[in-house]
Each structure stands twice: as structure tokens, then as C-alpha cells.
Ligand binder design. Structure first.
Ligand code: ADP
Ligand code: MG
Length: 241
């Protein structure tokens, strides 16, 4: 397994957010996380990226226990890209500088190599002509695609996407979803939290429904979204569709 979460427990004070949660993701697999607001989707992605610690359980990446306190989290984060709902681009920096900031400063990689990688990705997603533009000169969809490129520039093993289309105007959602679909076509392993059931159905190999801090059920999209086993899943789907 490329990613394996076993018995993960995460609490905020008395509030148990992830409770004995287990999830496995194979290489090249795309898993959509669905569940009510507050069910812990974002928290799970943040735990995988080591932005927050867990109280119990083990998270492994390529078989390596990344939740081991002896592991350097910066090195793990180079292997895992995370993109949030809000694009978080620096407004005073060009697109190219936004993308190369992390590789050149944090990872001390040669600036020239980072720029080359960045241009390569921008070309692949059709944004090469925006390299010198500032974020406010781009549409929301273009900004979010740049944020995804920024997460790709280290050539991560795993890409985590947290509701990346939620902040976009409806007409801009499509270009971001197309980019995610293209990444899937290139074999990128992804875990994406989403409210877009239609998209989950199209792009995900597997859908995992989070409820009460655990993965209540998971399976192929047609099964989980079309014919769920659990009453809680049916209830959730009937409320949102
Ligand atoms: P989702 O992404 O599925 O909407 P979240 O992971 O954001 O859910 O939140 C899960 C629960 O954890 C919510 O009840 C939320 O209020 C709580 N939570 C998330 N982050 C924090 C935090 N930093 N401090 C306290 N509670 C938090
Ligand atoms: Mg969330």
C-alpha cells in the first residue's frame, strides 16, 4: 500500500474527531473522502501530511511509519502534496515564485531546477503564459490550478486535495476537475475530500464515507453512492443529493 492509516485516533480536547480510523490507498488509486461537514475529512488529510499529530495509531507511506516521532516531518511533506480549499497563493509574488518558493527555500533545491520543474508543470496544465503574472490577474480556477502545480513540483508520491473546488464559482469548477482527472490519467495517487458526488463517481476508484470519526464504509463509487450498505451513508446521501 502506498498509504496506510491504521487505528488512527485524533482528539481536540474532549472531542474525538478520528476514532480508530483505518484507510488504505494503493499506488495509482484515487480515493474520495465523503461525509458530513465536521466528520473529520480535513483533519484526516492534515494528519496524513503531519500538519497535526495523532494520539494513537500508525500512518505509513510506502511502508514507512511516518507518524514515528523520529521522522523528520519536512522530509515526509516533500513526498505528500496538500492543496486546500483556499488557494493560499502569496499575492505579492508571481505565479512562478509562488510555485518555486517551497522547493528553493525549504528543500534547498537548486533554484534553476525548481524553475524548470515549475515551467514543465505549468506547460502541462496550460498555464505557462501565466508564469510571470500575479495571482490577482488570474481567475479563481487558474489560481487553484497553480496551487495544485505548487503541490506537484516536488514530484510527490501522494496528492491530498481538500475540497479544492468549494471556493470556486460554478463555471470555474470544471477546469480544476479536468486537471485532477488528467493527473489520475498520469497515475497520480490521490485522496480527495469532496462534496461533489458526481465528480467522486467519475474520478474515484473508491469512495470512503466518514462518519463518527471512522470510515464507516468504502467501495467502488457505484456501490457506495448508488447502493450503500450502511443506513448512515444512505441518510447522508439523501440529504445532499
Ligand atoms: P470536515 O473536513 O469533514 O468538515 P474537519 O476535519 O474540519 O471536518 O473537522 C472535524 C471536527 O474537528 C469538527 O468538529 C471540527 O470542529 C473539529 N476541529 C477541526 N480542527 C480543529 C481544531 N484545530 N481545534 C479544535 N477542533 C477542531
Ligand atoms: Mg473539511
Amino acid at each position: 500500500m502506498l498509504l496506510s492509516c491504521t487505528g488512527v485516533r485524533k482528539t481536540f480536547g474532549d472531542h474525538v474527531v478520528l476514532d480508530d480510523l483505518s484507510l488504505e490507498v494503493a499506488e495509482h488509486e484515487v480515493v474520495a473522502l465523503i461525509g458530513a461537514s465536521g466528520s473529520g475529512k480535513s483533519t484526516l488529510l492534515r494528519c496524513v501530511n503531519l500538519l497535526t499529530g495523532i494520539e494513537d495509531g500508525i500512518i505509513r507511506l510506502d511502508g514507512e511509519e511516518i507518524t514515528n516521532p523520529k521522522i523528520n516531518p519536512d522530509l515526509v511533506r516533500q513526498r505528500i502534496g496538500l492543496v486546500f480549499q483556499s488557494y493560499n497563493l502569496f499575492p505579492h509574488m508571481t505565479v512562478l515564485d509562488n510555485i518555486t518558493l517551497a522547493p528553493t527555500r525549504v528543500h534547498k533545491r537548486a533554484a534553476a531546477e525548481a524553475r524548470e520543474q515549475a515551467m514543465h508543470w505549468l506547460e502541462r496544465v496550460g498555464l505557462a503564459d501565466k508564469a510571470r503574472a500575479f495571482p490577482d490577474g488570474l481567475s479563481g480556477g487558474q489560481q487553484q490550478r497553480v496551487a495544485i502545480v505548487r503541490a506537484l513540483v516536488n514530484n510527490p508520491r501522494l496528492l491530498l486535495l481538500d475540497e479544492v473546488t468549494s471556493a470556486l464559482d460554478p463555471e470555474l469548477v470544471g477546469e480544476v476537475l479536468t486537471m485532477i482527472r488528467d493527473l489520475k490519467g498520469e497515475g497520480m495517487t490521490m485522496v480527495l475530500a469532496t462534496h461533489e458526488m458526481g465528480f467522486a463517481k467519475q474520478v474515484a476508484d473508491r469512495v470512503a464515507f466518514l462518519d463518527a470519526g471512522r470510515v464507516l464504509e468504502h467501495g467502488p463509487p457505484d456501490q457506495v453512492l448508488g447502493d450503500p450498505t450502511e443506513a448512515r451513508t444512505r441518510q447522508f446521501l439523501s440529504r445532499i443529493i
